[in-house]
Design a protein around this ligand. Structure first.
Ligand SMILES: CC[C@@H](C(=O)O)C(=O)SCCNC(=O)CCNC(=O)[C@H](O)C(C)(C)COP(=O)(O)OP(=O)(O)OC[C@H]1O[C@@H](n2cnc3c(N)ncnc32)[C@H](O)[C@@H]1OP(=O)(O)O
Length: 303
């Protein structure tokens, strides 16, 4: 059943639910589906797709924002599909990482301006923002190491999407630009809050108030870009380079990688006492587990 054919209420089901449950208590992130009205409105704007390829052998998923005729701008249906793909990844037990990219050598040009023009009243605009904020918060909280692969332009909401990943890799032609000022707007998908956490408040203010075109050098200097991929524009080659960059970080069984991401999320988002409690709970899921026992068996017994 396509998402656009049915608006459903999604609940986050995940192991180590303490971290998510505590996070939900502390955050206004709604884990239930957005009100029917905004879903119906978003369904009225078709076009493009959010494609997900889960590679069981490597544990790396590739999530592609696919609307090349619109420079991968988000139609309403793509916003709904993104939530569905994130929901799928929340329950991918073999997963270790997800690479978020755009189609045809561009990252994403933000909201589809045709939809933006039609969702012009403040109430619906705020509901669309809340829907995307919730989805992008869930993307960043996935128990997977997430990487935004920025080829070409990441503009507006597309720039915000890059901040909803743990890391950002950029090709030499890549640009991240928070163009919101030029639209008479501020980021609405949570990009401002996350950007402050990534580059600090002063650099965030410069990038937003200056609508600065962040190229690879600027991004590396600011700490917004974690690696520049010096490779030809071949889409397949760039993705291969991104997977190679990820490899050292996912060299462990999926439950261990997922546990590591969960304790980092709770350390980043929770007050210390709750973060420590989450860490203990997650520790309990891997202590004495297959990977732990296998590692102990390989250690020489000390006399
Ligand atoms: C919370 C933020 C969120 C929101 O408020 O909802 C937003 O993200 S608002 C949108 C922010 N994004 C933008 O403002 C970028 C808009 N696009 C552009 O400025 C330019 O297209 C470009 C990205 C600078 C590229 O320019 P250029 O190289 O000249 O190509 P074209 O302009 O001809 O674009 C090719 C093609 O793609 C269509 N396009 C591009 N971006 C969008 C978009 N965001 N929504 C809809 N369509 C988009 C563009 O119209 C062209 O299509 P055709 O005219 O049919 O050829």
């Amino acid at each position: 059943m396509s998402v656009c054919g049915a608006a459903r209420c999604w609940w986050i089901q995940t192991r180590g639910a303490v971290s998510l449950r505590v996070l939900q208590q502390n955050r206004t992130v709604c884990t239930t589906g957005a009100p029917e009205s905004i879903r119906e409105k978003l369904q009225a704007f078709p076009g493009g797709s959010i494609d997900l390829q889960k590679r069981q052998e490597s544990g790396i998923a590739v999530l592609t924002v696919n609307n090349p005729a619109r420079m991968n701008a988000f139609s309403g249906c793509m916003m709904l599909e993104l939530e569905q793909r994130v929901h799928e990844l929340e329950s991918w037990t073999e997963g270790k990482a997800v690479i978020v990219k755009g189609a045809a050598g561009n990252f994403c040009s933000g909201s589809d301006l045709n939809a933006v023009r039609a969702i012009a009243n403040p109430q619906d605009g705020m509901r669309m923002c809340e829907f995307m904020q919730n989805t992008l918060t869930r993307l960043l909280r996935l128990p997977l190491i997430s990487v935004a692969l920025v080829e070409g332009r990441a503009l507006g909401g597309g720039a915000e999407l890059t901040t909803a990943c743990d890391f950002r890799l950029m090709t030499s032609d890549g640009v991240i630009q928070f163009v919101h000022k030029h639209m008479g707007l501020v980021p609405g998908w949570g990009g401002a809050a996350r950007l402050v956490g990534i580059v600090g408040s002063q650099n965030a203010l410069k990038l937003l108030s200056g609508a600065v075109k962040v190229d690879p050098d600027c991004g590396r200097q600011m700490g917004l870009v974690d690696e520049v991929l010096l490779c030809s524009s071949g889409e397949g080659e760039t993705l291969t380079h991104a997977e190679q960059w990820l490899r050292p970080f996912i060299k462990a069984p999926a439950p261990v990688i997922q546990a590591l991401k969960k304790v980092v999320v709770s350390g980043r988002e929770l007050p210390l006492e709750q973060a420590l409690k989450t860490e203990r709970n997650v520790f309990g899921t891997v202590w004495g587990g297959p990977a732990n026992l296998k590692a102990l068996a390989l250690k020489p017994k000390h006399k």
